[in-house]
Write a protein that binds this ligand. Structure first.
Ligand SMILES: [Ca+2]
Ligand SMILES: [Ca+2]
Ligand SMILES: [Ca+2]
Length: 213
């Protein structure tokens, strides 16, 4: 009985000693020729563009399949403005309510935070809504009416489930026929798992206990 209790307590201890390595991915959306912000991964924009970074796969889509990569200096700001100078945007098409979807797969069980950047120089300063959730389900509103020149962050960590496809949607609120995003920081924290060292220790302990019997 004593041995069983000892083993149980050691096992619980092993599962509590964890590896909680957060993965932070930073994307700079733009053309293949524009500067990449220090510490960011270049994401060359086009409709359907896909890139896998740190094991997470990002795919760009839009409602009307009309995403373009562009660059335009912010008024009054010095070049090169590496993060915000370039961006993904939908094409003016005469129909309001455009949106860009960034689909994300390969996420673990855990939590996620993000900051999305919406700086660029457009004559239209119409707001965008930022939504996030499982693709195909009702998306949660992260920010209502975010204007040009702002960034939007999650207020608190969002729970995520392995195997799901998540959608970050940038939805135009107005009639500029334009949705856009210039950069994205993604901070992923997996649910703690037992460390390999702890597992090896457990295996060794059970071997010792079996030999003593
Ligand atoms: Ca850039
Ligand atoms: Ca709104
Ligand atoms: Ca950019």
């Amino acid at each position: 009985m004593y041995r069983k209790c000892l083993l149980l307590s050691l096992a619980l201890g092993a599962f509590a000693s964890t590896s909680t390595q957060a993965a932070i991915v930073k994307l700079d959306f733009g053309t293949g020729a524009t500067n990449v912000e220090t510490g960011y991964s270049q994401f060359v924009v086009s409709e359907g563009a896909m890139d896998t970074i740190s094991g997470y796969t990002f795919t760009l889509q839009s409602r009307d399949a009309d995403i373009v990569a562009s660059n335009k200096s912010l008024a009054g700001a010095a070049a090169p403005q590496d993060l915000n100078y370039d961006y993904a945007a939908t094409t003016f098409n005469g129909v309001g309510g455009n949106y860009i979807s960034i689909l994300i797969t390969g996420l673990p069980d855990g939590t996620l935070d993000f900051t999305a950047y919406f700086d660029y120089n457009s004559g239209f300063n119409l707001p965008q809504d930022v939504l996030f959730g499982v693709q195909g389900e009702t998306l949660d509103l992260i920010a209502d009416n975010a204007f040009r020149g702002t960034s939007v962050s999650t207020g608190s960590p969002i729970n995520i489930t392995a195997g799901e496809t998540y959608e970050l949607r940038i939805l135009e609120q107005g009639n500029a026929n334009l949705a856009y995003i210039s950069g994205l920081d993604l901070d992923v924290v997996p649910i703690p798992e037992p460390t390999s060292t702890a597992l090896i220790g457990l295996a060794g302990l059970s071997l010792i206990l079996r030999r003593k019997r």
